[in-house]
Design a protein around this ligand. Structure first.
Ligand code: GLP
Length: 241
């Protein structure tokens, strides 16, 4: 694992965006694994900026997102589908037909999960997977539990995750209670994983993930089994290492 801790936000963002740009320069058809949340946001802003300056093209790339809320239509402002369009896809030259996000509104979510896994198997593996981390060590929406699921599946969100995500909704009641997420098995198949964390509220989760025992109670600790993980942290998130 290569762990980088940055004092300046600028360096965090530039390093993350730089990894994606370098990948696309060497392999324009790269498959990107994308995440939502505040952690990758600055990186997306930088990628848009670099695209507008002609420094990178996504024209031949494709992307797979980690997760989506159950029950929100794709055009709901808080859906991860909307997040990706608003912060990245609308501003770059990626072909929208090659941006894949689980459909949390599918009639049959079981079939939707199978369909998503099938696509990943046919087209994958993901070349570079961006990952945030939850306060409780979750990755995607794989919550701490006695057992974790390898494949794409529907999860019941923990109360703490619902509360953490409530800041994006008008009230706690509006936060979806379930999500479709790539499983830890699907995530670990990526050739390279870039884990991102910012802020003191992530410091404990980062310590458990990187230095704790490998345990399903901290899903991010499974990343210790992956041969190619880069961790980008700000000073606060790396504060307990
Ligand atoms: C959500 C997402 C995760 C993300 C996490 C942290 O729960 N499902 O994929 O990593 O939030 O988000 P943030 O980066 O905003 O702290």
């Amino acid at each position: 694992m290569n762990i980088f801790t940055f004092k300046q936000e600028e360096d965090f963002v530039q390093t993350g965006a730089g990894l994606i740009v370098s990948l696309l320069q060497s392999n324009p058809k790269a498959i990107l694994g994308l995440a939502t949340g505040s952690s990758p946001l600055g990186i997306y802003v930088r990628l848009v900026d670099m695209y507008k300056k002609g420094l990178v093209s996504f024209a031949e790339a494709s992307s797979y997102n980690l997760d989506e809320y159950v029950g929100l239509p794709g055009d709901h402002p808080q859906s991860y589908n909307s997040f990706m369009k608003l912060h990245l896809f609308y501003h770059i030259d990626i072909d929208p037909s090659r941006t894949y996000i689980p459909n949390g509104k599918a009639n049959d979510l079981e079939i939707e999960c199978q369909r998503y896994d099938h696509m990943l198997e046919q087209n994958g593996p993901v070349d570079l997977q961006l990952l945030g981390i939850g306060h409780n060590g979750h990755i995607g929406f794989n919550e701490p539990d006695e057992r974790l699921v390898g494949r794409t599946h529907v999860v019941d969100l923990l109360e703490e995750t619902i509360e953490a995500n409530a800041r994006f909704f008008a009230s706690l009641d509006e936060v979806p209670k379930q999500a479709v997420t790539m499983g830890v098995g699907s995530i670990l198949k990526a050739r390279q994983i870039v884990l991102l964390a910012r802020g003191t509220e992530k410091a404990e989760a980062i310590k458990c993930a990187l230095q704790g025992p490998i345990t399903t109670q901290c899903p991010a600790s499974l990343l210790q089994c992956h041969p190619n993980v880069i961790v980008l942290l700000d000073h606060e998130a790396g504060g307990l290492l």
